[in-house]
Design a protein around this ligand. Structure first.
Ligand code: IPE
Ligand code: IPE
Ligand code: MG
Length: 244
C-alpha cells in the first residue's frame, strides 16, 4: 500500500507511517568502538551490539513504511583497522547473512549489497548472492554498504560506461551505472556518534540529502532516536535550488 501524503502519528505522538516525501533513509552507523571502550570492553563487543541496533533499525523502518534503507557497514578505508576487528565485523556479517537466508520470509525485505565484492571471501560472496536472489521479490529495499566507497563507486561507474563505448556521459548515465541505480536518492542521511562528515558515503546520491547528526552512539540507537531524526526531517524545507 502506498504511503499517504503526510506522516501519520498515534495519539502519543509516535510515528506510525512516514509520508510520501520520505522514501529513503541512509544511516552511517558510527560509534560502535566508543560504545565498547566507554564500558571497558574490547571494540569488537561494540560491533556485536551495533548489529542488534542495525536489526532494530531495519525492523522499525519496515514498520513505518520506509521504501529504502541504506546502511554503511564497512568502508573501503576500514581495512586499515586491526585484523582482529575486521575479522569480527566479517564474522558478524556472515552470521547476519545466515539469519537472512533462514528468515527471509519473515524479514520481507529485498537485500542488496553495495560495494566492491572482490575483496570479500568466496564464502561470504556466495552467501550474499544467495541472499540477494532469495529476497529479490520483496518490495522494500535494504542496501548494505560493504567495502563501499563513494569515489570508487563513481569511478567504476564511469569506467563501465567507457568500456561500453561511451565517449561522453550524462548525469543520468552515471546515476544509472551506480549500485543504487533505479532507487530514489537518500532523502535523509543520519550519522551517529557526533562525527559530522560523509566518510566517502553516497557522494553522488547525497547531492540534495538532508543531514541529521546525533551524539548517540550507534549501539544505543533505537526507535525513539530514529523518530527524532525523522521529526527533524519533517521540519526542514527542501528547496532543491529553487525559491519557495
Ligand atoms: C562504526 O563504528 C562501525 C564501522 C566503521 C565498521 P566504529 O567502529 O567506527 O566506532 P568508533 O567510531 O571507533 O567509535
Ligand atoms: C564510517 O565510519 C564508515 C562506517 C560507518 C562503516 P568510520 O568510523 O570509518 O569513519 P571515520 O574514520 O571516523 O571518518
Ligand atoms: Mg567510527
Amino acid at each position: 500500500m502506498e504511503n499517504s501524503e503526510n506522516p501519520q502519528y498515534d495519539s502519543k505522538g509516535r510515528l506510525i507511517k512516514v509520508g510520501r516525501d520520505l522514501r529513503h533513509i541512509a544511516f552511517i552507523m558510527d560509534g560502535n568502538g566508543r560504545w565498547a571502550q566507554r564500558r571497558g570492553y574490547p571494540r569488537e563487543k561494540g560491533h556485536t551490539e551495533g548489529t542488534k541496533a542495525f536489526e532494530r533499525a531495519v525492523r522499525y523502518c519496515g514498520e513505518i513504511g520506509l521504501e529504502v534503507m541504506t546502511v554503511y557497514a564497512f568502508s573501503t578505508e576500514n581495512w586499515k583497522r586491526p585484523e582482529r576487528e575486521v575479522r569480527k565485523i566479517m564474522g558478524l556479517l556472515e552470521k547476519y547473512l545466515d539469519k537472512l537466508l533462514e528468515k527471509a520470509s519473515e524479514y520481507e525485505v529485498k537485500v542488496r549489497f553495495i560495494g566492491e565484492r572482490k575483496a570479500l571471501s568466496q564464502r561470504i560472496r556466495d552467501k550474499i548472492s544467495l541472499a540477494e536472489d532469495l529476497t529479490s521479490g520483496y518490495h522494500r529495499v535494504l542496501n548494505i554498504a560493504l567495502n563501499y566507497g563513494g569515489r570508487a563507486e563513481i569511478t567504476s561507474a564511469v569506467n563501465r560506461l567507457i568500456s561500453a563505448g561511451r565517449r561522453t556521459v550524462s548525469e543520468d548515465d552515471i546515476s544509472g551505472a551506480l549500485y543504487t541505480s533505479g532507487l530514489p536518492d537518500p532523502d535523509l542521511i543520519v550519522r551517529t556518534a557526533g562525527e559530522r562528515r560523509l566518510s566517502n558515503f553516497l557522494l553522488w546520491q547525497s547531492a540534495y540529502s538532508e543531514f541529521y547528526y546525533t551524539d548517540t552512539l550507534w549501539p544505543d540507537m533505537d526507535e525513539t532516536e530514529i523518530q527524532k531524526a525523522i521529526d527533524d526531517y519533517y521540519n526542514r524545507t527542501r528547496r532543491f535550488g529553487a525559491v519557495r
